[in-house]
Design a protein around this ligand. Sequence first.
Ligand code: ADP
Ligand code: MG
Length: 297
Amino acid sequence: AIPLVAQIATSLGAKNGVLVRSRAALEEARLTDVVLFDKTGTLTEGRQGVVEVAAADDVSETRVLRLAAAVEADAEHPIAAAIVTSARERGLDVESAEGFETQRGRGVSGVVGGEHVVVGSPRVIAERGLRAPDAMAAAAENAQSAGNTVVFVITGEKSAERVIGMIAVADVIRAESKDAIAALRRRGVRVAMLTGDAKPVADAVAAQLGIDEVIAEVLPEQKASAVSALQRDGSRVMMVGDGVNDAPALAQADVGVAIGAGTDVAIESAGIVLASSDPRGVPMTVALSAHTYRKMT
Ligand code: ADP
Ligand code: MG
């Protein structure tokens, strides 16, 4: 009788945008102790837009945006798209940088008009021993506590690098995220957020969603280890993500759930796909699993 019930559950799920790629994932879902949600593109829509540009005293905001856009022109990250779009909207010509390089989870670099430019996370300026001017650092702090992601623009050769600008990008929290988290809580499932973004940004978004457990500033290659650390503590982990960076974590989790609007790699690493990108599909998966397999031990 179980396979038939599972078939019914599978088609019921499909009607609600929950696609079961692996029967084992559906069966395991009811045993979930903790759900780890990726932030960007999963709990948020992943359509970032530039909301603020700050520049050092002797530099124009236009120059900050123009240099950043040139380096981001060939990058794939949603932050890159936001910066390039914003530059074009301000009527700037976006040239392409030479020697473009990506440091995954950190930022990008390249040469623009003979000048070396880096656009990267707060971690990047710390790692290079740099500091933003006080006013810019304060602006960055404010942006982060509002839940906005911050990147810095650095110019100059190794010995003479300086932070010339800050760009804040905002994303929209999915309307359904809060309900999804509350529904999991009601089932007694622990909920946590996993992100490469800075801790203050992650904390601000988590507070808006009622999540009190935040694992932030995680580099792409560390996301799967964050999952296995929870598993070592004896937890069954469900990971929900959208991006290339999340694929190893989705594969490591007891149940991987990919957001349908995400990348093919994410989808291939997941047992469950949320076709409509609605995070409420997560508590629905747990409930479907519990109903389908409740007679089993
Ligand atoms: P997420 O967990 O949100 O997917 P990522 O690992 O992709 O985060 O990125 C972590 C951080 O690295 C970003 O918040 C940003 O500060 C920085 N970063 C990543 N890619 C870029 C880029 N193309 N340009 C500037 N900064 C970037
Ligand atoms: Mg992501």
